[in-house]
Write a protein that binds this ligand. Sequence first.
Ligand code: NAD
Length: 283
Amino acid sequence: MELIDGKSLSAKIEKEVEAEVQLLKERHNIVPGLAVILVGDDPASHAYVKMKARACEKVGFYSITHSMPDTISQEEIVGTIEMINENPRIDGILVQLPLPEHIDTNAILEVIDPAKDVDGFHPYNVGRLATNLDGFVPCTPLGVMRMLEEYGIDLQGKDVCVVGASNIVGKPMAALLLNANATVTVTHIYTRELREHTRRADIVIVGVGVPGLIKEDMVKEGAVVIDIGINRLDDGRLVGDVDFDSVAPKCDYITPVPGGVGPMTIAMLLSNTLKAAKARISG
Ligand code: NAD
């Protein structure tokens, strides 16, 4: 069993981004810029935004956070995004989810300029991913692809079971895998006999938010298991969706939580923002 070390891989990617930012500054006088919209006072959202801002600072990006109270109106958020769309210093816009109940999230995401949509949630970019065209790909599944590539895990013709089918994790994950010629099964809360699907798979990729959902008898010998879940237990521990201790000995490769997919998500946000900034060169 080999651990897939997202922490060191993300550190390597961040170093690469930092070096490219330096070149962009020297050669083109471009400083990549990221704007984050943060609504309300959810502690997890605040923690994520802080981590993202710190990562931006580390690689030399310009970053700004627009913090708004949870009483804010749809129109005010839309107005702020429209203003940022026009700001030439900003290459990437990220709306931290979830938004409060009274806000129509899909309508908000559609206001983002697709060229600045570094989270890849705008339907324009979702469509480009579905048709295997270049665009912005959601950071978490993109980070998983980068991990698989780095560890030489081939996808062509492999049976891959994706557990969880959300717009930000499972669905884009499945699209990327299909584009890489894997045979993809997508499962979710209404799937009957989840075990029958996961047990057949060469690679199991889980992002649901249920601690310990994937147990030893649900994974075949020699499988690759990627755990996207992040769950905070009552005792304060952070765990994934995989019962790591029992599943790990059966695997060829497995990601830990923490230190697996989590840090990769931030590295891919930096990488997507750099990509958006480079588009300024061609104009
Ligand atoms: P979500 O609630 O939007 O979607 C959950 C999905 O899991 C749904 O498709 C649902 O049908 C499915 N599901 C729920 N219970 C299930 C069960 N018992 N069996 C099978 N399927 C089940 O959640 P999300 O935003 O996609 O996030 C999922 C998990 O991934 C969470 O733990 C979240 O914290 C984590 N996450 C991690 C990162 C990261 O950077 N590592 C990024 C985003 C989300």
